[in-house]
Design a protein around this ligand. Structure first.
Ligand code: SAH
Length: 480
């Protein structure tokens, strides 16, 4: 088994303590430092900082190290609000000022588009990133602008794993980075407070009635996840318990407790008996109220089922969709396709702007989401829209399309779909992406097939985390 150790100029070893100067932030917000030809990744460290670290894992030319001490702190460093910020791994940038977070995200988009996408950013219209509002309005007691990043309690959705904690009590929270050990979080700093309230209520119920949390190792126990959603405008709340089983003992008591919570609209169970990391199973069991909640974005009302995708930051979502609309530059008569349309959020936004006979076709793979989309068109009285259920790469096809909007999951567009989009020959493609790296990869392909990037705008949907949403406008080359 003994492999010959690769030669390093200096042979760094696991558990060795070294000092480093951090010079960059990686894709997930981790600090990056270089020493003797090796690269080290240090979660929690910031550019410009000198840090003492312990090497946890060493490969040939790179290693992962744990932050032990900040010898010289960055002026951008702030105190994280959440005690679990470091181990939880959800908010990988809580220790960075909000202005710093936005600069990091903007740079991440630019680096990806330039390095992977081959885009020359000087030749495009680059609009400043849309940061979460009041980002610089929080002022400290001395009257100086606070460096503390302000976007707290903005999320409208949580999926907390439920397990036993160290003392054997049911606990909900997060898995510690790359493990399935639970880190209990009594109150998550980025979730809406009512979501934390639901979590407490469910855990109290489980303790009182001895309901077993799931035990992954032995595939035993009952409650696997707690899934909660809240409508930002409507205040409607959905609580869904994901079970390794088909029924919940003392369910009446749970309903009694949950219905005391302000806005409670839908209580349901989801059955997931598989040994899998996928959170939701196929079967839903309604317990109280309808199997959906409703929310508004702008003037449009949306019905949202548990299985359907819905953006997690409702305030920023409206600004994101406004950007899509402005990039689409509609006159009212266009034929538009909205690929990966979810519950038809962007489709309906666009359709209601097409007042002169324009039409939208949405494509989505999850049947429940398509059902929501059709329902949403109906309840908003929007008729110039239709939805197709299927994989975008299989379903999209039409000539004479003016605008295509795509909003794929992290992995980006299927290669076959990029070909299809080009064949459909739209004047403009508006690409919405939650991963700048796959966006850039796809932009490169589209570039080779006749579309060039004209506009870019980042939008921060994930304050305190490292993720960022990007909207890119591509236009056909050689068109006036
Ligand atoms: N535009 C929507 C949804 C974006 S999320 C919104 O803003 O709310 C991406 C969506 O793509 C999800 O709803 C997911 O179910 C769907 N999806 C994933 N793979 C797909 C595929 N191959 N074809 C069509 N839709 C797909």
């Amino acid at each position: 088994m003994s492999e010959k150790r690769p030669e390093h100029p200096i042979d760094f070893k696991k558990n060795q303590e070294i000092t480093l100067t951090i010079d960059d932030l990686g894709t997930n917000g981790e600090g990056i430092g270089h020493r003797e030809g090796c690269v080290f990744f240090v979660a929690g460290a910031l550019p410009g900082e000198e840090v003492r670290v312990r090497i946890m894992k060493m490969k040939k030319r790179y290693g992962y190290a744990r932050l032990l001490e900040i010898v010289t702190a960055s002026s951008e460093r702030v105190e994280p609000r959440c005690p679990a910020a470091r181990p939880c791994g959800g908010c990988t940038l809580q220790h960075l000022s909000y202005e710093g977070q936005l600069a990091y995200k903007e740079k991440k988009i630019r680096d990806c588009l330039e390095r992977i996408g081959g885009v020359n950013s000087r030749h495009i219209d680059w609009l400043p990133i849309l940061g979460m509002e009041n980002s610089s309005k929080e002022v400290s007691s001395e009257g100086t602008p606070s460096k503390e990043a302000p976007p707290w309690h903005y999320r409208n959705k949580a999926q907390f794993p439920v397990r036993r904690d160290k003392d054997g009590n049911p606990a909900a929270g997060f898995f510690a980075g790359h493990t399935h050990n639970i880190i209990p979080v009594a109150s998550c700093a980025i979730q809406h407070p009512v979501i934390n309230e639901v979590m407490k209520s469910v855990l109290d119920f489980m303790k009182e009635f001895g309901i077993e949390p799931y035990d992954e190792e032995h595939h035993r126990g009952l409650v696997r996840h707690l899934y909660v959603r809240r409508g930002y405008v409507t205040g409607q709340v959905m609580a869904c318990l994901v079970l390794n089983g088909t029924s919940l003992p003392h369910v009446d008591k749970l309903i009694e407790a949950l219905t005391k919570i302000d806005g409670m609209t839908s209580i349901c169970l989801n059955v997931n008996k598989k040994q899998t990391n996928v959170i939701l199973g196929k079967e839903m069991i309604p317990l109280w109220g309808p199997l959906f909640i409703e929310d508004n974005i702008g003037d449009i009302r949306y019905r949202i089922s548990p299985q359907s995708f819905f953006q997690v930051n409702p305030k920023q979502t409206e600004r994101l969709y406004d950007t899509v609309l402005s990039f689409a530059d509609l006159t009212g008569t266009e034929r538009v396709w909205d690929l990966y349309c979810g519950i038809g959020t962007i489709s309906l936004f666009l359709a209601s702007a097409l007042k002169k006979g324009g039409q939208v076709t949405g494509v989505e793979i999850v049947p429940e989401a398509v059902e929501n989309a059709r329902e949403n068109a109906r309840i908003n009285g929007i008729q110039n829209v239709s939805f197709l259920c299927g994989a975008a790469e299989d379903v999209a096809e039409e000539q004479g399309v003016d605008v295509i909007v795509v909003d794929p999951p992290r992995k980006g567009c299927d290669a076959a779909l990029l070909d299809t989009m080009v064949r459909m020959g739209p004047e403009r493609i508006v690409y919405v992406s939650c991963d700048p790296a796959t966006l850039a990869r796809d932009v490169k392909v589209l570039g080779e097939k006749g579309y060039r990037v004209e506009k870019v705008r980042g939008c921060d949907m994930f304050g305190q985390g490292s993720g960022v949403e990007t909207v890119v406008l591509l236009g056909r080359k050689n068109t006036a």
